[in-house]
Design a protein around this ligand. Structure first.
Ligand SMILES: [Zn+2]
Length: 116
């Protein structure tokens, strides 16, 4: 039996979820240890690395949540439907981004709305 587009979407989402969880495990936040601060520069670069890791982790967490939400929509039979306008999301868009929750129009509006 050939897999349906929804089977393929589920497989892609589960794979993406695994990858994101792996990435998150690799990004372990190191607590700064004052004893290892050799200089101001070393301290600054450690703080920078920590902030970068935190930002990465944050972004990663958001992606995992988006994948989880997409899997929930799959189970609910609402996968591929824009959560904002209720129209079908273009198959090309879902192929490129299986966790997409919005159609391209709503995504554009949301992105434009962020510029303030
Ligand atoms: Zn929409």
């Amino acid at each position: 039996m050939d897999p349906t587009p929804l089977d393929l979407a589920r497989a892609a989402l589960l794979e993406e979820r695994e990858r994101l969880l792996d990435e998150q495990r690799e990004t372990t936040i190191q607590a700064p240890d004052p004893m290892t601060y050799g200089s101001q520069a070393a301290a600054a670069s450690q703080v920078f690395a920590q902030q970068r890791d935190l930002a990465l982790r944050d972004h990663n967490q958001q992606l995992i949540e988006a994948v989880d939400a997409a899997l929930a929509r799959l189970d609910a039979g609402a996968y591929g439907i824009c959560v904002t306008c209720g129209r079908a999301i273009a198959p090309e868009r879902l192929e490129a981004l299986p966790s997409a929750a919005h159609c391209i129009d709503c995504q554009k509006k949301a992105t434009a709305g962020r510029h303030r």
